[in-house]
Design a protein around this ligand. Structure first.
Ligand code: SAH
Length: 251
């Protein structure tokens, strides 16, 4: 059996209870390199075989899983944040299907949630934005053309950009082709929930400069949108004049 587990964004106590329990009992752990807090590996049982997938190919990862399965062992594949975002889990699951090895997936707290927490932000503010676009810049991994940053930025919605802190000049230029302006608020969140976490607030016009000033080139998310500004409407749900299924309006 293989358990895919989301490690959470960094702080070791942000793994789920289920994930921690599986980690404590696994015979083999394959973790996703430097993005997984090494403190989590301290939870592994004695004698557990630990592999760093940053140094491995898909074939090597699958070979380790297959060998463990052959010995009746449990493998835990520890991905950063939640495995469903940029986790390359689909290709692993497909290989396991071919081999007839069963697996399950335990979600984790994605870094985009960790980043909102670090920035004391809510991505979905009434009448500001009710949508969150999670994306990345095209780099060595291409992005389908219709999902280019400029096209997505046309919506003016909340945007969370992964895997792009090393390309801030290009990212800033592409974002400015949408409906955002130089003055649209932005933030760079470096290593959210880790002890070295940094939240750098700036405007979109200053984004690349802010990255240079603070030496942020990786392990960061770029947040963009008016949700970072001061203006919004109160929620209807908690408005005294609003009746819901559970509460009568107070006249
Ligand atoms: N599955 C992960 C994302 C993996 S892709 C998740 O759900 O978060 C790796 C990218 O995620 C990094 O390049 C960075 O953009 C982002 N990232 C991961 N952990 C982070 C953290 N603690 N703080 C800020 N960004 C982080």
């Amino acid at each position: 059996m293989v358990h895919f587990v989301g490690a959470g964004p960094g702080a070791p106590d942000l793994i789920t209870l289920r994930g921690a329990e599986l980690l404590k009992t696994a015979d083999v752990v394959i973790y996703a390199g430097s993005l997984v807090n090494p403190a989590l590996l301290g939870m592994c049982k004695e004698g557990c075989s630990i592999y760093n997938s940053a140094e491995m190919t898909l074939e090597q990862v699958i070979a380790v899983m297959k060998a463990a399965e052959g010995e009746g062992k449990t493998t835990l594949r520890l991905h950063t944040g939640d495995p469903c975002l940029y986790g390359a889990i689909r290709e692993q699951m497909d290989e396991l299907d071919k081999l007839g090895i069963s697996y399950d997936d335990t979600p984790g707290v994605s870094s985009f949630c960790g980043a909102a927490a670090a920035a004391h932000a809510e991505y979905t503010l009434p009448e500001v934005s009710q949508s969150v676009i999670i994306t990345r810049m095209a780099g060595r991994t291409p992005v389908p053309e219709r999902e280019g940053i400029a096209a997505l930025a046309a919506h003016g919605a909340t945007m969370v950009v992964f895997l792009s802190a090393g390309m801030l000049d290009g990212l800033q230029a592409e974002l400015l082709k949408g409906t955002y302006t130089e003055n649209t608020p932005a933030a760079l969140v470096y290593k959210a929930t880790w002890p070295e976490e940094k939240v750098v607030r700036c405007t979109l016009g200053q984004l690349a400069e802010a990255g240079r000033t603070h030496g942020i080139r990786k392990t960061a998310l770029v947040l963009v949108g008016d949700f970072l500004a001061g203006e919004y409407r109160r929620s209807k749900l908690y408005d005294p004049s609003f009746t819901t299924e559970f509460r009568e309006a107070i006249q």
